[in-house]
Design a protein around this ligand. Structure first.
Ligand code: SF4
Ligand code: SF4
Length: 414
C-alpha cells in the first residue's frame, strides 16, 4: 500500500483498501434491482440517495470514490465529507445489490470512513458527539441513568433479575428507556410460554450505535462486558427483541472480519446462542408448543428491520410467526425483504439528523398505507420508535405494534 499518500494516518481505511479497490463502479448499488421475467424490479432503496440525490450520497459507489480520493490525498476532510458519511443509515441496501468482491466489506468500509472522520476536525453531528461523550458513564446512548435500566420491569417479575436461566433477555437501550411497553410485552410473553429467562441489571448498551458510527475504541469495553454475562449467569443464550442488539451480539461479537472485528475484539460468545425473539417463537410454533387463545382479525403489513433483514438475512422467520396467528391478513409492501426501505433511524441518523430521519420514516409509512393495512408491525423497538413518531406527526390512520405486542395477549403454552 505504499502507493497511498496517507495510509499511515488512515489506518482503518488502509486496512480494507484492497477490498475497496474491488469496486468496478458498475452502479448496481444505486438502485434496488433484480432482473428476471417474473421479478423485474427497479426502485430507489438508498435512503440517502432518495433525499440528497448526488452521486456521493447514493449507494456505495460514491463512497468508494470518496475513500479512494481521501486516501490518495486528492480531496481533504471537510464538513461536506462528514455530511456524506453520517447521513447514511447503514441500511445495507447497496451492499445487497452489489455483485462484486467488495460486497461483504461495504458496511465495514462506511464505518472505517467514519472512524477516520472522528480524528479530523470536521462536523461529526453534534448530537452523536453528545451521547458518545456520556455513554461511557451511563452505558446507554439516551443519557439516562444506568440504575434506571430495569425500571420497565413489572413488579411481579422482580424475582427474575440476575438469576441463573437458559435465556438472558437482552432488552437493549431503546426498549429499556424509550419503548418500555415492548420490553414488558416480551417478558410477559416469555413467562406465558414458560421459557426459562432472566434479565440482568448489569446489561450495558450492546454497542450497536457505537460501532455503526465508527467508534471502535469506545465499543471495546461494551463488547467485552456484555460477552461475559452468559458465563456470569450460567446462561446458554441471549434472546433479543431488538434487531440492532441481535445483529451486534450475533455478528459483531462473534464473527471474523469483515462482518466482525476480531482484529480488535471478537470471537466472543462462541458457546452462546443469540436468538431474536421471533426465532424462539418460530421454533416453539414448529414444535407445537404454542396455543392461540384468541384471534387477530386485522390487515397487517410487516416492515423488515435492516439489522434483522439485510444485515442478518432473517426475512421469513418473523413472517412465519405472523402467518401462524389466527385471523391475521398479512399483506406485503412493494419494497420487502432484501428490497425493503429503511425506517430512517439507523447508523446514528435518528440522533444526528432527526428531521431527515423522520422524513424517511414517513416515506416508509406511506408505503405501508398504500397496502390498505390498518396495522404496521415490525420486530425492533428502534424501527418502532421512528415509524411510530412519523405516524403520529403526520396523523396517519395506521396503528403500530411490535410482533411481541400482537402475540402476547393471545397465546399460552400448550
Ligand atoms: S459498490 Fe458494488 S455495486 Fe456499487 S459500484 Fe461498486 S462494484 Fe458496483
Ligand atoms: S447503506 Fe443504505 S443509506 Fe447507506 S449508502 Fe447504502 S443504500 Fe444508501
Amino acid at each position: 500500500m505504499s502507493h497511498l499518500n496517507n495510509h499511515k494516518e488512515y489506518k482503518e481505511i488502509s486496512a480494507i483498501y484492497d477490498y475497496v479497490s474491488m469496486c468496478t463502479h458498475c452502479g448496481n448499488c444505486k438502485y434496488g434491482y433484480e432482473w428476471g421475467a417474473a421479478t423485474n424490479f427497479a426502485d430507489m432503496l438508498c435512503v440517502q440517495g432518495s433525499k440528497y440525490n448526488f452521486d456521493s450520497y447514493r449507494g456505495s459507489r460514491g463512497k468508494v470514490s470518496l475513500a479512494r480520493s481521501l486516501l490518495h490525498g486528492r480531496i481533504g476532510w471537510d464538513d461536506t465529507v462528514a455530511h456524506i458519511l453520517f447521513t447514511c443509515t447503514e441500511c445495507g441496501a447497496c451492499q445487497q445489490m452489489c455483485e462484486t468482491d467488495i460486497k461483504p466489506y461495504i458496511l465495514r468500509m462506511f464505518e472505517a470512513l467514519r472512524s477516520e472522520a472522528w480524528k479530523q476536525n470536521i462536523a461529526v453531528p453534534a448530537n452523536i458527539k453528545a451521547w458518545s461523550s456520556t455513554i461511557g458513564n451511563n452505558y446507554n446512548p439516551y443519557k439516562e441513568k444506568h440504575e434506571k435500566r430495569l425500571d420497565w420491569l413489572p413488579p411481579e417479575f422482580k424475582s427474575k433479575v440476575n438469576k441463573k436461566a437458559e435465556y438472558i433477555y437482552f432488552a437493549g437501550c431503546t426498549a429499556s428507556y424509550r419503548r418500555k411497553e415492548i420490553a414488558r410485552a416480551t417478558v410477559k410473553l416469555l413467562d406465558k410460554l414458560k421459557v426459562d429467562w432472566t434479565v440482568v441489571d448489569d446489561e450495558w448498551c450492546c454497542a450497536s450505535p457505537v460501532l455503526r458510527t465508527g467508534q471502535y475504541d469506545l465499543a471495546k469495553a461494551f463488547v467485552e462486558h456484555n460477552a461475559a454475562l452468559p458465563d456470569k449467569y450460567k446462561a446458554g443464550a441471549f434472546i433479543t427483541t431488538c434487531s440492532g442488539c441481535f445483529r451486534t451480539l450475533s455478528r459483531d461479537y462473534k464473527m471474523d472480519p469483515p462482518e466482525g472485528y476480531t482484529d480488535k475484539y471478537g470471537k466472543l460468545l462462541q458457546n452462546t446462542k443469540v436468538l431474536h425473539t421471533t426465532h424462539l417463537l418460530e421454533e416453539m410454533l414448529n414444535k407445537g408448543e404454542i396455543e392461540f387463545t384468541g384471534k387477530f382479525n386485522k390487515k397487517v403489513t410487516y416492515h423488515d428491520p435492516c439489522h434483522l433483514g439485510r444485515h442478518a438475512e432473517v426475512y421469513e422467520t418473523p413472517r412465519n410467526v405472523l402467518k401462524a396467528i389466527p385471523g391475521i391478513n398479512l399483506v406485503e409492501m412493494y419494497k420487502n425483504r432484501k428490497f425493503s426501505f429503511c425506517c430512517g433511524a439507523g447508523g446514528g441518523v435518528r440522533g444526528g439528523f432527526a428531521d431527515y430521519s423522520l422524513e424517511t420514516a414517513y416515506k416508509r409509512v406511506k408505503e405501508a398505507e398504500s397496502t390498505g393495512a390498518e396495522l404496521l408491525t415490525s420486530a425492533c423497538p428502534f424501527c418502532y420508535t421512528n415509524l411510530h413518531d412519523a405516524i403520529e406527526m403526520n396523523k396517519s390512520p395506521l396503528k403500530m405494534e411490535d410482533i411481541v405486542e400482537i402475540l402476547e395477549p393471545i397465546v399460552k403454552r400448550k
